[in-house]
Write a protein that binds this ligand. Sequence first.
Ligand code: PEP
Ligand code: MG
Length: 575
Amino acid sequence: MRQLLSGVAAARGCALGRARMRLPHRLEIEVSTIAADAVAAEIARFRAAVAEVRAEMRALRERLQGALASELGDFVDLHALLLDDPELLSGIDTLIRTGPYSADYALRLQRNRITAAFEEMDDAYLRSRIDDIDHIIERLHGALHNRKAALPGVSGDILITDNIAPAELAQLQAQGVVGVVTAAGSPLSHSTIMARSLHLPLVVGASQALLKARDGDVLLLDGGSGLVILEPDAADLRAHHARVTQVRQERRQLNRLRREPSRTLDGVDIKLWANAETRDDASEAHALGAAGIGLFRSEFLFLGRGELPDEETQFRAYRDVVLAMTGRMVTIRTLDLGADKAERSGLALRQEANPALGLRGVRLSLALAGMLRTQLRAIVRASGYGPVRVLIPMLSGIEELQAVRSSLDNAMRELRAEGREIAAKVPLGTMIEVPAAALALPSFLKLADFLAIGSNDLVQYLLAADRTNEALEALYTPLHPAVLRVLHDVTRTARRRGVPVTLCGEIAAEPAFAPLLLALGLDELSLHPSHLLEVRQAIRGCELTRLRADAPALLRARTRAGIERWLDAHRSAKH
Ligand code: PEP
Ligand code: MG
């Protein structure tokens, strides 16, 4: 029967396919028994999983470097010790034998038993150790299911899952999966950014999808509007076919702008850069006439491999992007990872209660000096093949900029001494995404060659609204007077000192916001190539002089409704 399961629009595109479910563990707790003669094999399977996790923990321990080794080493050791806990392991053997239960179900039962005992303890610290047990149980579960190997979904399927990691999306696309629906997730997460990059339609926050859909149901999704229809009827199918035709026509029209300048009606050129996560993004950006790569998110190179990429691997990836841009500037951002994503990169980091405010971005790079040195060497080596600049994420203090500057200088000196061909200068810029950096901007400007405003994080930190929390969707908005004030002030201060500023958050990709960004003084935007032509079209409908003259009215708006009224009055003629 037809049902509407809509969620939040994340990555555009329409898809029609068969539902393929990936249920989270909490929904997989059905009792699962095994035949009596399968007990020995099941115990062996469980023991193999324990051995695999032990090896993983050992490898993690060895990868810890620098200042973090002693502190985080204890944490990894604690988890390794839990694996030797006779209570945990022999209890599971017994459950497999007496049930006889499958190893997964025994694992789950044992987890519940142990955590029930912990929950009764008076000591809050001991109670908090449940997290450690869960961490190890999750790893064992992953090993039992060989989770690294297979992701569900074949050609023509639409995956329904609670959440999805960026690296998994690439694998899904390679398997022919035509769309993804997640129950949780946010339109600003890195998975969303990756899905756009892969042109894989994605709807997030469709909380009903996991409960209502079944494997094999037909599903229709529109990643541009967040619409998800289970068992669509004839009218839905007709609307879908009409939409696909319309999108094709719009694309054809937009394609005429590939070779046109991003010039306003009054003749001012706006620099449109591209955000890229892969080499393919760079090729697409080049074909669409992007000025260069304004943001290469290097963390995508680090995710899903289970180990840190070495200098050679990174160098080749950066060099290939540089070559794809044939002489146009490529801005490579140093690693922007935090504890939330670190595990998939092979880095062992302490779990943090609040990773967005934790050891992430440049803080992590400076804590792992060896890793930063490797990355800067790889980037500088790529500068021998075309213009490259380095961008620092999550900067909050001038000391961080000075420290990266000195590592960059060292890397350049070393590489020259080794006789490598590198650029005479590799400009160093900073992201402005932590409010402190925006407020202390004049002190940074002497040291920074350029700035990139990261509005995704800037909005999150200015408004204290988690960008990944669906419940805060209405609060998390760039259309807030404080956000506009900061964008305006940062742009004006930097321009006065002759320091170029790009805006590279997701608002740059929204054609409807182009008049607002131009009014605030921006003249360089960086956005995913899939939105580049639409934003170019919007810019070509803007009159810059009029917009800038009306900026004071925009800055006087006190409410979101007031800002929206201003936007309505200045809607670009081409949008
Ligand atoms: C931003 O914060 O706006 C940004 C571009 O960085 P990311 O989305 O990768 O955090
Ligand atoms: Mg950011």
